[in-house]
Design a protein around this ligand. Sequence first.
Ligand code: NAP
Ligand code: GLV
Length: 309
Amino acid sequence: MTMLYHGPEARGTVWAEVFARRLPDVPFCQWGHDTVNPVTVRFMAAWNPAPDMVAQFPNLEVLFCVGAGVDQLPLHSLPPQVRVVRMIEPGLTIAMAEYVATAALVLHRDLPHFVSEQRAGRWSYAPPRLASERRVGVMGLGALGKAALDMLKPMGFALSGWSRSAHDIGGVECFVGADGFDAFIAQVDILVCLLPLTPETHGILCRKTFEKMPRGAAVINAGRGRHLVTDDLIAALGSGQLRAAMLDVTDPEPLPAEHPFYSHPAIFLTPHVAAETRADTAGEVLTDNVERILSGRAPLGEVDRSRGY
Ligand code: NAP
Ligand code: GLV
């Protein structure tokens, strides 16, 4: 039984050490470096393996995605018996919570506005507001959305959350599904997108959504670029319906040099750096999950392939 890894070599080296220490009976092989007998491959860890690559391994049981999102995977063309498990690991989770907390404060304290006033040589006083006077709403109450809310809570923001199924989170007003969307969005001053990209969530940050928000609201997109409709954001910022946006993800990535996001005074842009899988902490999670499977338990982070997340 082999674990085959496809990805950056540096991370593979760390994971090979973790497997040798914790699961010496599961050889860890790196694609392109180690010779592997295809019939022994029971587990694979990769970001986006091509379907013909996966097809080489007739006994593959579990594909571990090395990232949290699985929208890049060919979920519909993988062999039906292959289980897909995504990454839920503390390094990535903490990084995302830090990013969302940073972005929420940046937007709460109007930094895009003050930075652009500074660049224009203007001293533009405006009275500060307290976090308790603003509501942050998080779309997606999974591993990352919940961690972000945990970090926002002590800052004093009023908090809301929206998800597909019901959640009960202390200190957070929770809304569910399409029926709960309008009530959720109507009171959100700073909207955070931490949804997976699926046919249902594609383009959710659009004109219709922005129009339902309080005038002067702000948006943080740390989900995927295709959650956001570019022209609708530019129009909402232009009309004043939205005040500012902080974007970590775009469509495409990287953005071409002439893209309006680079120079828009009300947009803060980061190049998909909110959170990434860390070799050390993720290596322990990966081996935990293989141990769980080998002892007949369910792995953490199993993807429902029909649902897309
Ligand atoms: P997760 O644990 O799978 O959580 C997904 C959440 O979204 C769940 O609460 C789910 O609802 C909700 N959801 C899914 N479809 C929905 C719909 N149609 N309507 C309402 N709610 C819906 O995912 P995660 O680990 O938190 O990660 C979220 C996403 O973050 C990833 O998929 C990826 O795109 C993005 N990400 C970005 C970065 C970055 O650096 N920018 C890094 C990592 C991940 P239920 O709870 O009811 O199932
Ligand atoms: C990064 O965006 C991930 O999905 O892990």
